[in-house]
Design a protein around this ligand. Sequence first.
Ligand code: DC
Length: 218
Amino acid sequence: MKKINIAIDGPSGVGKSSISNRLANRNHMIHLDTGAMYRCVALASLRNQISLENEKALLDLLDSINISFDKEKVFLNGEDVTLAIKENNISNFTSKVATLPIVREKMVALQQKATSAKNFIVDGRDIGTTVLPNAEVKIFLTASAKARAERRYNEYLEKGIESDYETIYQDIVARDYQDSHRKISPLKKAEDAIEIDTSDLSIDEVEEVVQDMIDKAL
Ligand code: DC
């Protein structure tokens, strides 16, 4: 069977992780959630009280942490941090941490090494442009900030988590701005990526569109 890599980029809350998980299971591929990697760096630097201005301390931290995945769980130095890295304060801090060149350099190198044997579905912001410019399938998922905020709000509602729609919406807008205006590897569609606007599509419909592209590439 031909081995390929798939790059899935797009803004926060567009459903990259869910789609990537489904497609990885369906096609016997491995899902690499690069956002989770940046989130782990943010969590580790907060816990170790490392100032983002202190490059030396940050480099030491980057050399000392181990990020691993097992099914849908994320481990930081062996500890299950799947839920901890999704906290709202970590999401906001990660967006800052992800602007730092030394952090991006290290993460991109790890991601390229991990996926060199192919058979990966990698989701993030700079996968099609920087991490895997030669990926066989490149997708750029979009959805209006309103559609994404509504989805997140309904998700919280279903889980019984109290939340405020306006705060969720403003957080999404702020993170979009930060992710697409940073100097290095901003959120950007690769020229050869296929853009899918998911605002009015269900997750099943998005999955089928991407699956068709995978089938063609295989
Ligand atoms: O995909 P996510 O929401 O878990 O990403 C968390 C943060 O990390 C978000 O602010 C964007 C950043 N990120 C990035 O800069 N590059 C990536 N490849 C993945 C995520």
